[in-house]
Ligand binder design. Sequence first.
Ligand SMILES: CC(C)(COP(=O)(O)OP(=O)(O)OC[C@H]1O[C@@H](n2cnc3c(N)ncnc32)[C@H](O)[C@@H]1OP(=O)(O)O)[C@@H](O)C(=O)NCCC(=O)NCCS
Length: 142
Amino acid sequence: MELLLLADPSEDKVRSYLPRSKCFVALSSGVVIGACVVQPLGTGIYELMSIAVHADHQRSGYGTALLKWVIDFYRECGASRIEVGTGTFGYQLAFYQRQGFRVTGIDHDFFVSNYQEPVFEDGIQLLDMLRLTLTYTGDASS
Ligand SMILES: CC(C)(COP(=O)(O)OP(=O)(O)OC[C@H]1O[C@@H](n2cnc3c(N)ncnc32)[C@H](O)[C@@H]1OP(=O)(O)O)[C@@H](O)C(=O)NCCC(=O)NCCS
């Protein structure tokens, strides 16, 4: 939970999707240093709900390795696409797009409507959520 709260500040929200999700973890010397939660949305469609790496281990490649592993896992499962919601700015946007995610929508005021407290990134309040999609056919519009 400590890790997952790095990616989503609402513990209630995290607890609401955990029961129907799979949680993947990254280990270093047997210690969990990263986690990624994915829930099914429909047949062959999944949503990456959360990915986080412990602050002491960030920028060491663990997050990218975990994300790639999860993408490969769902490709092997025959998934057609994975979606993720993220802020409209910040390094996370590049983190996902580097692995082939593309912008497929905007959820205006998502962070205002769905969180009791304002959410900040780089000192700027997050208002809107970008929806990103990775399609296994390579066509984000399908
Ligand atoms: C997003 C996250 C999971 C990435 O994991 P990571 O192990 O740090 O990622 P990597 O080491 O593979 O880094 C990949 C790239 O992401 C970018 N990046 C990662 N952390 C960054 C940071 N704190 N500041 C700026 N860029 C960062 C860099 O471009 C980095 O590549 P580089 O180090 O070669 O420049 C991790 O930073 C994290 O837990 N962040 C807090 C939670 C979060 O925001 N989750 C995503 C919610 S949408």
